[in-house]
Design a protein around this ligand. Structure first.
Ligand code: C2E
Ligand code: MG
Ligand code: MG
Ligand code: MG
Length: 288
């Protein structure tokens, strides 16, 4: 009895594993073609000044317009892309597309505050030997005025800690090209302060998990206050992710966080919508 139940369980597990492997293979095959067929799209999420609510920056977030499954979120395909190395050509496309739009938006914007454009880099991309050459080439092709556009790369603690020495050199080289560096999802990985101190980092993005409960949790408030103080002590700009309510925004502002990002200020949106926002910031639909 028990034995056959165990066997049935095992069989079920086995079938699930096989399905998972099959799904992975299917995604891998489709990802190969997605680039050629131009099925990737970038969405952009606004990042605003905590003090004024003014749009200061946008984060590029990848989407896959799948011919059958519709619009797919990166959590559904980035892990496979990362595992297979396809993230490298896909990531290059993301950087190129962001540079192209940065150049375009730089020309549209008529404020003296440069618009920030930030792009995520996965662990694999960060270790890619020709990343700096690629970025250098794209920056030259889509030259934008640093007075109009501030281009940033977001990396996680985990990505940086895979090979800290190599990462530090790459990040410094990207900075030498004029880009800024942000640590993404800060507080969820493990990075020692000793490393953080040595890294060429300009911004800290406090992970959404500390923002979610901030209205109720004094501990989360203490964490955000401390991280913000730490970031400022290291001359970094501090950004909070995942701001969904006015109450959270108010608390984060009172804790001295510089910039806010989240559904409360706007969802990730297609370039045309973002462009409308850039041209007429007052018409922004604040709840996205
Ligand atoms: P991330 O870089 O931390 O991006 C923030 C994620 O949080 C985005 O999810 C965004 O849509 C979501 N988000 C923003 N505000 C809120 C909010 O108020 N509430 C909630 N619940 N979520 C919010 P998305 O677009 O699904 O991206 C997920 C992750 O995929 C990103 O996390 C990033 O790690 C990765 N990713 C996205 N685009 C790229 C890319 O072009 N290249 C690479 N390598 N990774 C990417
Ligand atoms: Mg990010
Ligand atoms: Mg993040
Ligand atoms: Mg995050």
């Amino acid at each position: 009895e028990a034995k056959s139940a165990g066997r049935a369980h095992y069989q079920l597990f086995d079938e699930q594993m096989q399905m998972q492997v099959a799904t992975q293979l299917r995604i891998e095959n489709e990802l190969h073609r997605a680039l050629e067929r131009k099925e990737f799209r970038l969405f952009f999420q606004p990042i605003v000044a905590a003090a004024t609510g003014q749009l200061v920056s946008v984060e590029a977030l990848l989407r896959w317009q799948h011919p059958v499954q519709g619009l797919l979120s990166p959590v559904e395909f980035i892990p496979v892309a990362e595992e297979t190395g396809l993230i490298v050509p896909i990531g290059t496309w993301v950087i190129e597309e962001s540079c192209r739009l940065a150049q375009h938006w730089g020309l549209l914007r008529d404020t003296n505050l440069p618009l920030g454009v930030s792009v995520n880099l996965s662990p694999r991309q960060l270790l890619q030997s020709d990343l700096v050459d690629t970025v250098s080439r794209l920056f030259r092709t889509y030259s934008f005025d640093p007075g109009c556009i501030e281009f940033s790369f977001e990396v996680t603690e985990t990505a940086v800690m895979t090979d800290p020495e190599a990462a530090a050199m790459t990040l410094q080289a990207l900075r030498d090209l004029g880009a800024r560096i942000a640590i993404d999802d800060f507080g969820t990985g493990y990075s020692s302060l000793a490393y953080l101190k040595q890294f060429p980092v300009d911004k800290l993005k406090i992970d959404r998990s500390f923002v979610m409960g901030i209205s109720e949790s004094e501990l989360d408030q203490a964490i955000v206050r401390t991280v913000t103080g730490l970031g400022h002590a290291m001359q970094m700009v501090v950004i909070a992710e995942g701001v969904e309510t006015a109450e959270q925004a108010r608390i984060l502002q009172s804790l001295d966080v510089d910039l806010l990002q989240g559904y409360f200020y706007g969802r990730p949106q297609p370039e045309e919508q973002l462009e409308a926002l850039l041209l007429n910031p007052n018409q922004a639909d604040r709840a996205g």
